[in-house]
Structure formats: structure tokens, C-alpha cells
Design a protein around this ligand. Structure first.
Ligand code: AOF
Ligand code: ZN
Length: 358
């Protein structure tokens, strides 16, 4: 199961809204087949592994990180395939939250007399598909808020200088984070101030997430890099019904899609998430700045926070922070994080956690 999890982990970012899944088939103490779901529309992990196992699958044990599916999706049900191959036993890490499956895969296997054990390395398996787990039941994207701040919580100096807060190792891991999400989201002020390219840049070629820019009044410069660069990734601007038709047409002519999210003066972020979800974007890396971070957090739309804390102090009362919000009067009301982990990356400290929702 550990091997199956490791194989699945490597496919993170490349399966779209689908989960990552690994499968290892073992017969008489030998591994006879291994497989990973590599791409949406492609074979599921079990099919790859059973293909490799061939005749050896009969009577073997299949270790799968996710409950085998029971439905006809882009591919036939894996449960049927496991039955047809006469696999003797199936060990499952966790059940599939997809309402089309949700226990039915396990039931189907058992009804054919196959022994099924569930819950091996369950927590790891569930965490590995945290983005899929949210999307498949809510149709809303899983949002990871990423920021890099100084020890005093600033994302720029008082003059707006923001290059470079975190160290090289942290910046490299941000590119991996981008690779692992289907979209990157920023506010238009970030585009105006930093003119970022918003691509994933790694040693090996990376997958390029869709670029989402939240821009209520369509202030995005037509010569911004996210507009001019049409090759690396698609750019979508999220705006309001008040946006000027002329500006929308100018952006469209440059290959930028513009989506209206609500009638108010600001983008309705909840609506925006629903629209993005409808387009089968199941995960977003939110890279701010402070105003958008704060608004997303206040709206309860942030699922996870990844904060790189750099060991430096820039000061400046007016220097911007990572979360611009009205703020709470009492510390007891502050947004607290659960399941916090701390990792040292170069000289920086990377803090990860999940905003408490209750
Ligand atoms: C498995 N093994 O390797 C995967 C599963 O896109 P489709 O039509 O192929 O189906 C995707 C759904 O199937 C997905 O939502 C999830 O419930 C399940 N994924 N199941 O048995 C796999 N990737
Ligand atoms: Zn399947």
C-alpha cells in the first residue's frame, strides 16, 4: 500500500479533477503488477496493474489506494474487472467519496465473494486526495492559499518592493505547488504591481495551471505578461456584470476569456468559485495579494494555507500584510488553523494548516 501511495503521489497535478490512485498486485509474495491512474480519461490504476499481472492476477491480492469504482465513467468499472480477473483479495486504503461510487465498489467485490479489507494507511490516502475529496462532493474547487511573508507578516516593504521575500528553496517549492493545482489565482493589483507570468517553472517541464485574475473593473493592462503570453497557459479574468463591453472585447481579441461573476461592484467570489468549478477546475492555488487573500478567507473559501515565513523583518506600519481584512475585535474570534505542520525549507519556515470552519 505504501508503494501504491508513492506511485499515486507522483501523479498529483496531472489527473485534472480525478483523484490520484495507485495499485499494486501481489501473488505468492511477489509483486506481479503495478499501476497508477495517470490522466483523466485514461485507464484507472487497477487496470494498468491487472494488465501487467496478466494470468497472475487470479488468486492475487490487489492493494488499491482508493476504493475500486463501480460505475461506468470514462472507463468501465474497476470492480467488474477485478471480479473478471478472479482476484482473491482486495485491500483498500479509503472509500471513494464520489457519490457514484461511495461504498458500491466494495459492496460489488464482496457480493462476488472477494475478501475486501478497508482502512490500510487510510489517513495518508485521504490526505493525498484532499482536493478531489472536496470537489467531487461540492463541485467547488479546493483552494490552497499560498503566501510568503517576513517575520513581521509583510508581503512587501512600505514602498511595495516584494522581490524576494522567501529563499530560493521556498520559491522552487512554490513552482511544484503550482504544478499540482489546476489553476493559479491572483488579484489584478498583483498583476499591475508585479506583472507576474504565473507559470510553473521546474527543472523538468511542469504542467501549466490556468491563470485566474480577479478584476472587478477590468483594470488589467493589455500588455501584462499574463495577457501577452498565450502559449504557456490560458488566462481567465473574473469580473462583474458592470464590466465594460469594449474592454471585454479587447481582452477576448487577445485570447483572454472574461467571465462575469455577479452584479455588485466587486466580484462575487462564491459565485466565481461555482463557475470555475463548473468548468472542471477542481483546485486553485491562491497567490493573493493581501486584499484577495483576506476576501477569500472571510468568505470561507480557503481550504488550506501554506505560508512561507522568511527570517527577516522589513517593518513599515503601512507595508502590506498577507491578509487584508477588517479584522476581529477579540483574539478568540481569530481564524485558527487545524492540522498544522511546520517544515524547514532552506532558511525559511513553511507553515501549513487548514482554516477551522465551524
Ligand atoms: C478507481 N481507480 O484509478 C481512479 C478512480 O474519469 P473517469 O470516468 O475515468 O472516472 C473518474 C472517477 O472514478 C473518479 O471521480 C473517482 O470516483 C474514480 N476514480 N477509481 O477505481 C482509479 N482514478
Ligand atoms: Zn476505476
Amino acid at each position: 500500500m505504501r508503494l501504491a501511495l508513492q506511485m499515486a503521489e507522483k501523479a498529483t497535478g496531472q489527473t485534472g479533477i480525478n483523484p490520484v490512485v495507485g495499485c499494486v498486485v501481489v501473488k505468492d509474495g511477489r509483486i506481479v503488477g503495478i499501476g497508477t491512474h495517470l490522466q483523466r480519461g485514461g485507464p484507472h490504476a487497477e487496470v494498468h496493474a491487472l494488465q501487467m499481472a496478466g494470468d497472475e492476477a487470479a488468486g492475487a491480492t490487489a492493494y488499491v489506494t482508493l476504493e475500486p469504482c463501480s460505475h461506468f465513467g470514462r472507463t468501465p468499472p474497476c470492480a467488474d474487472r477485478l471480479v473478471a480477473e478472479k482476484v482473491g483479495r482486495v485491500v483498500v486504503a479509503c472509500t471513494d467519496p464520489n457519490p457514484q461510487v461511495a461504498g458500491k465498489g466494495i459492496e460489488k467485490l464482496r457480493s462476488h465473494g472477494i475478501r475486501v479489507d478497508v482502512g490500510v494507511l487510510e489517513a495518508e490516502a485521504r490526505a493525498q486526495n484532499e482536493m478531489f475529496n472536496k470537489y467531487i462532493v461540492t463541485r467547488l474547487p479546493f483552494v490552497t492559499l499560498k503566501s510568503a511573508t517576513t517575520l513581521d507578516g509583510k508581503i512587501a516593504s512600505k514602498t511595495g518592493d516584494s522581490k524576494w521575500i522567501s529563499g530560493e528553496a521556498s520559491r522552487a517549492s512554490v513552482h511544484m505547488l503550482r504544478h499540482r493545482h489546476q489553476a493559479i489565482m491572483v488579484g489584478v493589483d498583483t498583476v499591475i504591481a508585479d506583472d507576474p507570468l504565473l507559470t510553473a517553472r521546474m527543472d523538468a517541464p511542469a504542467l501549466q495551471p490556468v491563470r485566474l485574475v480577479v478584476d472587478s473593473r477590468l483594470r488589467i493592462p493589455l500588455d501584462a505578461r499574463v495577457v501577452k503570453d498565450r502559449e504557456s497557459a490560458k488566462t481567465i479574468v473574473l469580473t462583474t456584470n458592470q464590466a465594460s463591453i469594449e474592454q471585454i472585447m479587447r481582452l477576448n481579441a487577445l485570447g483572454v476569456e472574461v467571465i462575469k461573476c455577479g452584479d455588485g461592484p466587486r466580484v462575487d467570489l462564491r459565485k466565481a468559485m461555482a463557475i470555475v468549478g463548473e468548468r472542471e477546475i477542481g483546485s486553485i492555488l491562491l497567490e493573493g495579494g493581501g486584499t484577495l487573500n483576506g476576501a477569500m478567507l472571510e468568505a470561507g473559501l480557503v481550504d488550506k494555507i501554506v505560508l512561507f515565513l522568511a527570517p527577516k523583518i522589513v517593518g513599515g506600519t503601512d507595508a502590506p500584510g498577507a491578509f487584508a481584512m477588517a479584522g476581529f475585535e477579540r483574539m478568540a474570534d481569530a481564524i485558527a488553523l487545524d492540522r498544522v505542520t511546520v517544515e524547514r525549507i532552506g532558511d525559511d519556515c513553511c507553515i501549513t494548516g487548514y482554516p477551522r470552519t465551524e
